[in-house]
Structures are given as structure tokens and as C-alpha cells.
Design a protein around this ligand. Structure first.
Ligand SMILES: Cc1ncc(C[n+]2csc(CCOP(=O)(O)OP(=O)(O)O)c2C)c(N)n1
Ligand SMILES: [Mg+2]
Length: 596
């Protein structure tokens, strides 16, 4: 290896190339880059690496959320690269989401070498363990220099990083990578080091879930206990782990005769795989009726996925201390904030449900239980009441907007539900559909940040058309994420339900304090911002839909078309609040009349 400057140049490049090669052989196929100088060796190596999809971003915060979306959709680790300083700090929100939602992100932050830290050098902050306990692992790489076994070090680092990201619980991993100047690779291509061949790199690990099986004895025990329950239910919270999940949970529910109470982002409310299992869509509405909920309590609930979004469902599940709650918790995360789980199964849900189902089928499958029939009936009543009220309503508000999106999506499409009201409105109003859809949301940490970017990442990773349903504040929070819409190959329709502020706060007790706490200014954050120029700034199509028919037409034109388009639905916040309350009252009244 050459001495001095050219030796350093080469060392940086060899190390960066071997590191990226190692990541690629570990399953990374997408890398999101943000511009900077200290990261030059990584960017130059990425640019010359075949088999890697590179996306270039402006804002690190949006880039990291975009990568998160790609990783969610592809179920593969995605790498993000930035320069030193606040650039790395801007990755934090997406890293936090990836931590809680268990999404494999590989954060590669370039850094100054040790001798330039703590001495006032520019763009230098303390990047060591910058993300604290929000990452599965932190690695401080050696500063590449001639004389080190660079390729071996880099490959081992890549392998350990991928293994940590795809370990027992998937998640983000931070590699802090110091580089000493000169940072640019050698100009003369002849002097470029040979890329290590992929064959020379040990296979890291395939990005598959731990398919830990339950012992036959445990499956037996579960099957016996479950078939003894008289009022068993399956409650499905946010989960998107395994395309087989719906089929095996559907099979288990059918064999036991249990109903499935599934929010859309559990992936269990839509799709043929569920067969004729009883799946409820409107439990968020009908379980708000305390009297009805009290007469229909389960004696055993099998919980799948993270903590359910809807409060009425959680209250119903947890109100009776006699209700046994069995929680499937494959990553050992413990999504049980009320500490009510009586059994926690650290097992992969799809194979577990299939194994228990086949046991029950052998004993003799059950007809739908009385509770399943009652909840199924309540669901039909709620569906009818909601549909007829919405049909009769002149104005387009969020419940009908959400249902219009549901009705417009073709088979195999995807939908991203922003936090706050869209994910809740979808939980309450999204009907059960035979069509297979994939649902996304950032429910790891429930932020309204990075929503546009995550959705664009999702849409860029697959071929399915995506519709993002966003609130106006969530949209404005990450309006810069639209930067990623240029040269966009996927299809993304962004529906902004614009109620001029945080509508969710109107549903909270603080709303009653009104202007004594300057509610509209300090909680709702009313802004009056016209969204059309945001679309114009990025050269994107924009439409405003004021009626259901207009929304229907706009969605019809946009869904599946290449690129990114924005549809704004102006919503009157007071009418919206009143419509929600009116629908809940109407559902209660119908339940009382028809299921006394
Ligand atoms: C990053 C972040 N900041 C603040 C919050 C708190 N918060 C939750 S919902 C919400 C308002 C969201 O408004 P919008 O996106 O318009 O949705 P809407 O409630 O109107 O449906 C805020 C500020 C959050 N969840 N995440
Ligand atoms: Mg809003």
C-alpha cells in the first residue's frame, strides 16, 4: 500500500468499499445518502458498488424516515449515510421509531478521527453512542489507515452490524465511522484497489425472522385451554411481520369459532386469507357503549401484535380481571402497558397459530361461539348505521373520506395511515374487505414527524400503489419530505385531511377549557396555510376534493399512476367532531334497539 496521503486515500476507500460490500451481502439493497464531505469515502464507494440502489436526499431527518419506509415495506435492512455533526443528530427521530417498531436500519455516520474531536474542529460533535439506548448496537470503527487489515475489519463490522439489526428483535444499529483526510478516492482508476469479491465475504445472515417453534406440549396445552374457553376472542394490534399471518390467524379463529377484533394496521381486517372467520371492523364504535361492552366480555383473549390503538377496545379487554389475556410477543418487547397479560408467548405468531389450529381441527373444530355471533351482529348493525348516516350526509368529513379511500383501493394496494386521527378513523370506520391490502403506519413511537418521507420510502420499495392518509399538521411537519418525490418511480397518492390543525385535541378533555388555555392557538395549532403551493414547489399534481364524488374521482385518477400527487380534503373541524359523536350515539341507539 502506498505511503502518506495516497495511502490514506486508498485506506479510506478500501475500508468503505469492503464495509458496504459486507452490508450488501448481508441483505442490504438500498442505501439513502445525504450530501456531505466527511462521508465522501462511503458515498464514493457506494457509487461504484453494483447491486445497490442509491437514493440521494437533502434533509437527514426525512432521509432516515424514507429509509425506514423502505425497510418496512421490503422487510430488509436499509442503510443511511450522513456526514458528521448535526446531520447525524437529525437521524434520531427515525431511529427512535425503528427501535420501537423493530425495523432494521443501519445508520452510518461519518465522523472526524479521534485527534479532531473535543478541540473545536468544525462540524464535530460527540457522535459516540449518539442514539443512546435507541439502537440495538453501537460500533465505533477504527480510522482507516495503511497497515490495518482493512478488509477483514470492515467485513467483520458489517457482519456484526447486520446480525445486530436482524437479531432477536429487529431494529436500528449505529456505525460511527471516522475518516482522516484526504477523503476523496484515488483519481486514477488504475490505482483503485480491487473490490473484494462477494464470494470472499462470508454470508452474513439471511434476513428472516426467528422462526422459533413451540414445543408440541405447549401447543397441546394451548389448544386445550383455548377450546375450554367459552368466550374467547382474538385481538389484533399493529403488526406487519409475515404475509402468512392472516392465513394462520384466520384458520385458528375459524377452528375455535372465535371472532377477530382487528384494527386495519394488524393486516387482519382485509384479505381473502381470513376466509369466513368473524372479523369485526367497527368494535371501536360499538364497544364505546359501556352497557353493551359490559354484557359481552371475553373470558380469554389471544392478543397478537403491538398494543391496540383504540381505547374502547383496550378498556373492554381489560375491564374484567377474570379475563385471561394471552399475549404473543415474539420479540420479547412486552406490549402490555397495563400489565394484564396472564401468559406471554415468546413465539413467532404465524407458525404458532397454525400449529394450534391444526390441533383444534383434529379435536373437532367449533362453530362460531355465541360471543362471535353477537359481536358479528353488533358489527353489522354498526356498519349499517355508519353507512346510512354517511350516505345521508351532505358534507365530506373524515369518516367518509377514510371509507372512500378504502373503496377506491385495488387489490394488493397499500395504505399508510398517519398518526393521530387517520389511524383512529381507519380503526373505527374502515370496513372489512375481501381485498388484500397492506397497511403501514409509524406506530412504534406514534410521531407525526417523518410521515411523508416514510410513506414515500414505502411506495418506492414496492410496486403496489400507495395511498397515504395524513392529517394537515403531519403533512406540514414533513413537507420537506416531498423532496424525495422527484424522479419517483413508485405511485403515491397523498390524501391530506385538512381540518386546519390537530383535530385530535378536540376529542381530548383539554378542548373543554377552550380559549382560557388558548386552545386553538396552542393545542390545535390552527394555521390557515394553503397547501397547494407546497405541491407546486415540488412540481406535484394537486387537487382539492370537497365532496365524496370529487374525492372518488380524484382517487380514481391518481391511484396507480406513477409519481406523487396530493389530494386535499378540506374538513370543518367542528362538524367533524359532531359527526363522530353523532355516529357513536347512533350506533349505541341501534344496539339498544336491536340487541337489548
Ligand atoms: C413529532 C410529534 N410531535 C407532536 C406530537 C403530538 N401530536 C399528536 S397528534 C398531533 C396533531 C396532529 O394533527 P394532524 O396531523 O393535522 O392530524 P389530526 O389530529 O387533525 O387528524 C400532535 C401535535 C406527535 N405525536 N409527534
Ligand atoms: Mg388536522
Amino acid at each position: 500500500m502506498a505511503d502518506g496521503e495516497s495511502g490514506l486515500r486508498e485506506a479510506n476507500f478500501v475500508f468503505a468499499s469492503a464495509l458496504l460490500e459486507g452490508l450488501v451481502s448481508g441483505g442490504v439493497d438500498t442505501m439513502c445518502l445525504c450530501p456531505g464531505s466527511r462521508s465522501t469515502p462511503l458515498v464514493a464507494a457506494a457509487a461504484r458498488l453494483p447491486g445497490l440502489r442509491i437514493r440521494s436526499h437533502l434533509d437527514e431527518r426525512s432521509a432516515a424516515f424514507f429509509a425506514l419506509g423502505v425497510a418496512r415495506a421490503s422487510r430488509r435492512p436499509v442503510a443511511i449515510v450522513c456526514t458528521s455533526g448535526t446531520a447525524a443528530a437529525n437521524f434520531l427521530p427515525a431511529v427512535v421509531e425503528a427501535n420501537h417498531a423493530r425495523v432494521p436500519l443501519l445508520v452510518l455516520s461519518a465522523d472526524r478521527p479521534a485527534e479532531l474531536r473535543d478541540c473545536g474542529a468544525g462540524q464535530t460533535i460527540d457522535q459516540v453512542r449518539l442514539y443512546g439506548s435507541n439502537v440495538r448496537a453501537f460500533f465505533e470503527a477504527p480510522t482507516p489507515s495503511p497497515g490495518l487489515e482493512l478488509e477483514r475489519l470492515a467485513r467483520s463490522l458489517a457482519s456484526r452490524a447486520v446480525r445486530a439489526a436482524l437479531g432477536r428483535a429487529w431494529g436500528p444499529v449505529h456505525l460511527n465511522l471516522p475518516f482522516r483526510e484526504p477523503l476523496e478516492p484515488p483519481l486514477e482508476s488504475a490505482s483503485l484497489p480491487q473490490r473484494p469479491s462477494s464470494r470472499a465475504i462470508e454470508a452474513v445472515i439471511a434476513p428472516t425472522r426467528h422462526a422459533e417453534g413451540a414445543s408440541a406440549e405447549a401447543v397441546d396445552r394451548m389448544a386445550r385451554r383455548f377450546s375450554d374457553a367459552e368466550r374467547g376472542v382474538i385481538v389484533a394490534g399493529p403488526i406487519d411481520r409475515d404475509p402468512e399471518l392472516a392465513a394462520s390467524v384466520g384458520r385458528l379463529a375459524r377452528s375455535l369459532g372465535w371472532p377477530i377484533l382487528a384494527e386495519p394496521i394488524s393486516q387482519l381486517r382485509a384479505g381473502e386469507a381470513l376466509g369466513d372467520a368473524v372479523v369485526t371492523a367497527h368494535h371501536d364504535a360499538f364497544l364505546r357503549d359501556a352497557a353493551f361492552a359490559a354484557t359481552k366480555r371475553p373470558d380469554l383473549a389471544l392478543r397478537i401484535g403491538d398494543t391496540p390503538t383504540g381505547k374502547p377496545l383496550r378498556r373492554w379487554l381489560e375491564a374484567d380481571p377474570e379475563t385471561e389475556i394471552w399475549l404473543i410477543d415474539p420479540d420479547g418487547v412486552g406490549h402490555d402497558p397495563s400489565r394484564r397479560a396472564s401468559a406471554i408467548l415468546s413465539l413467532e405468531p404465524a407458525p404458532l397459530c397454525a400449529a394450534v389450529a391444526s390441533k383444534i381441527e383434529a379435536i373437532g373444530p367449533r362453530a362460531p361461539s355465541a360471543l362471535a355471533r353477537a359481536l358479528g351482529r353488533a358489527d353489522s348493525i354498526a356498519a349499517r348505521v355508519i353507512e346510512s348516516r354517511l350516505d345521508a350526509s351532505e358534507t365530506l368529513l373524515t369518516p367518509a373520506a377514510v371509507r372512500e379511500v378504502a373503496a377506491s383501493l385495488p387489490d394488493a394496494a397499500s395504505v399508510f395511515l398517519s398518526n393521530s386521527m387517520p389511524v383512529r378513523d381507519a380503526d373505527t370506520f374502515w370496513p372489512v374487505r375481501p381485498r388484500s391490502l397492506r397497511f403501514f403506519a409509524n406506530r412504534g413511537a406514534n410521531g407525526i414527524d417523518g410521515i411523508v418521507s416514510t410513506a414515500l420510502g414505502v411506495a418506492s420499495a414496492g410496486t403496489a400503489p400507495l395511498v397515504l392518509v395524513s392529517g394537515d399538521l403531519a403533512f406540514l411537519h414533513d413537507v420537506g419530505g416531498l423532496f424525495a418525490a422527484r424522479d419517483f418511480e413508485g405511485s403515491c397518492t397523498i390524501v391530506v385531511l385538512n381540518d386546519d390543525g390537530g383535530g385530535i385535541f378536540s376529542f381530548l378533555p383539554i378542548a373543554e377549557h377552550g380559549e382560557s388555555v388558548r386552545f386553538r392557538e396552542l393545542f390545535r395549532l390552527e394555521h390557515g396555510i394553503d397547501l397547494a403551493p407546497a405541491a407546486a414547489l415540488y412540481g406535484l399534481g394537486f387537487e382539492r376534493a370537497r365532496t365524496r364524488a370529487e374525492l372518488h374521482a380524484a382517487l380514481g385518477k391518481s391511484i396507480g399512476a406513477r409519481g406523487v400527487r396530493i389530494i386535499e380534503v378540506p374538513i370543518d373541524p367542528a362538524e367533524n367532531l359532531e359527526q363522530h359523536r353523532e355516529l357513536w350515539r347512533a350506533v349505541s341507539a341501534a344496539l339498544r334497539a336491536e340487541m337489548p
